[in-house]
Design a protein around this ligand. Structure first.
Ligand code: ZN
Ligand code: ZN
Length: 257
C-alpha cells in the first residue's frame, strides 16, 4: 500500500526533531508520500528544505489565516519567490479563513486569502484551503477568483450539503482523523458522498490524532492508516482498493510524478 499524507506539518515540533524515525514508521504503515505544509515565513523555508531532502516528500507554501494580520506586500513577493524556488513545491497553502479562532481580523484574512489565490492562479498551482466557521465566505471568495482550478478543502469537517457544494464547483475534499471522532456524524455523512476521484486523506499532524489513538498527543503520518481504514469501511470498500484510488487522486491533484 502506498498512501500519501496530503497535509502534514513535519517541520513542527516535536516531529521536526525526529523526522527520520517519523518517516520510517510512516513507511512501515504504508504511508509513503508526504506533503508538508508551511504556515509562516520560517515554516515555508523549512518545508522546502525538508522536501528537498527526502524522496516522495513535497512542500506547500503559504501563510495560515491565523497569520494574516502580519501580511505585507513584501511577504507576498517572498511567497511568489518561494513557490518558484523548488520543483518540490507543489501547492499554495495553507490559506483561507478561520472565523473560529479569529487570531487575525477577518478583513485581513479575506485580503490575504485573495492574494494567495492570485499567486496560485498566476503560477498555475493547486490551493490548499483552511476554512473554519467560514464556509460561505470561503466559497464566495473562491467564486470571485474563479481562475484557480485546483482547490482542496483540507481537514473538512462540514456537512454533506456543504461537501456537495464543494464538489459541484469541481473542488476536492480532504479528511483528517476528525472523521473518526465520536461526535463527527456530520463529517461522516459528508465522507460517504465524496467520490474517490475527489477525496484525499491527511493527518494535519502533529494535530488531530485519529481514533483509536486520539489520546496520543502528537499525531504523525503513520497514524493516517487509521483514518484511511475508517473511511474505506464507511464506504464498504477494501482498504487496498481505497488506498489505490485516493493515492491516484492525490497524485493527479498535486501533479506528483
Ligand atoms: Zn489548517
Ligand atoms: Zn495544517
Amino acid at each position: 500500500m502506498k498512501l500519501i499524507d496530503t497535509h502534514c506539518h513535519l517541520t513542527f515540533e516535536p516531529l521536526a526533531d525526529d523526522v527520520e524515525n517519523v518517516l520510517a514508521r510512516s513507511r512501515d504503515a504504508g504511508v509513503t508520500g508526504w506533503i508538508t505544509v508551511g504556515t509562516d515565513i520560517q515554516q515555508n523555508h523549512k518545508a522546502i528544505e525538508l522536501a528537498e531532502k527526502f524522496e516522495n516528500m513535497y512542500a506547500a507554501v503559504g501563510f495560515h489565516p491565523h497569520d494574516a494580520k502580519n501580511a505585507t506586500d513584501q511577504r507576498l513577493v517572498e511567497l511568489r519567490a518561494l513557490a518558484q524556488q523548488s520543483q518540490k513545491v507543489v501547492a499554495i497553502g495553507e490559506t483561507g479563513l478561520d472565523f473560529h479562532y479569529n487570531y487575525s481580523p477577518q478583513e485581513d484574512q479575506r485580503r490575504d486569502f485573495t492574494e494567495h489565490l492570485k499567486i496560485a492562479s498566476e503560477l498555475n498551482l493547486p490551493v490548499i484551503i483552511h476554512s473554519r466557521q467560514a464556509f460561505d465566505e470561503t466559497m464566495e471568495i473562491l467564486e470571485q477568483y474563479g481562475r484557480v482550478k485546483k482547490v482542496v478543502f483540507h481537514c473538512f469537517s462540514g456537512s454533506a450539503e456543504q461537501a456537495k457544494l464543494v464538489l459541484d464547483r469541481g473542488f476536492y475534499i480532504s479528511f483528517t482523523g476528525v472523521v473518526t471522532f465520536k461526535n463527527a456524524e456530520t463529517t461522516r455523512a459528508a465522507a460517504k458522498i465524496v467520490p474517490l476521484d475527489r477525496l484525499m486523506v491527511e493527518t494535519d499532524c502533529p494535530y488531530m490524532s485519529p481514533e483509536p489513538c486520539r489520546k496520543q498527543k502528537v499525531n504523525e503520518p503513520a497514524l493516517m492508516l487509521h483514518t484511511a481504514a475508517f473511511i474505506a469501511e464507511l464506504k464498504g470498500m477494501d482498504l487496498a482498493d481505497f488506498a489505490e484510488a485516493v493515492t491516484a487522486t492525490s497524485r493527479a491533484f498535486f501533479g506528483l510524478p
